[in-house]
Design a protein around this ligand. Structure first.
Ligand code: 2AM
Length: 189
């Protein structure tokens, strides 16, 4: 089955991203918009994984999560991959305790490598994908609007990671949690 490890985002953040999408839709650009319900922060895409490996994957998620402190992120800025000239993926960025998200991701990466998963060659760039550009139609307007848009700097607490199953459907991907693993509780500062 197709799987990945992610951080789920709360409803107010999804609402803010849906508002951003609604604004960008007005440009008439040719974009496949992520269903706001499906927007998440991917820590590690695993791709096809044999069912027999799920037990060790779930255990790994639990072990790594228990070692990593919970943290806070907030929405900040918008952007695209790979660049403004050829935008393919449109995203909302994150600020706050990003270094803790990076540390969590690195530990997951190390754990997965130890389990025999092929190492991820792309550097981890924490982002929330809001859409994927399908053609060059009205692209200039889209980029201009995305750059002008001022995203509310909503904060949210990250207390767990989730191993998700992804089923691809013509109407969009369907994600099902396989396991949720709590991060280490951090006493309030
Ligand atoms: P991204 O596009 O937001 O970076 C589930 O498919 C999630 O895994 C997607 O949200 C996607 O995140 C991420 N992902 C990373 N690499 C992928 C790949 N090669 N194929 C599909 N999804 C990938």
């Amino acid at each position: 089955m197709r799987t990945f490890i992610a951080i789920e985002i709360p409803a107010p953040v999804k609402t803010a991203l849906a508002q951003l999408q609604a604004e960008l839709r007005q440009t008439g650009a040719d974009v496949g918009w992520t269903n706001p319900e499906n927007i998440h922060l991917t820590l590690r895409f695993l791709g096809e994984v044999e069912e027999a490996r799920l037990t060790e994957l779930k255990r790994l998620c639990g072990e790594i999560a228990a070692e990593c402190p919970s943290f806070t992120l907030r929405l900040k800025d918008t952007g695209y991959f790979p660049n403004a000239k050829q935008p393919r993926v449109l995203w909302a960025g994150l600020a706050g305790e990003v270094s803790l998200a990076q540390e969590l991701q690195q530990r997951l990466e190390a754990g997965l490598t130890a389990l025999g998963f092929a190492p991820e060659d792309k550097r981890f760039k924490p982002h929330l994908t809001i859409g994927r550009v399908k053609s060059g139609k009205n692209l200039r307007q889209l980029v201009a609007k995305l750059e002008m848009y001022s995203l509310p700097e909503l904060s949210f607490a990250v207390g767990e990671i989730v191993l998700l199953k992804s089923d691809l459907h013509p109407a969009g991907a369907r994600y099902t949690p396989l396991v949720k693993a709590a991060l280490r509780n951090r006493p309030a500062d």
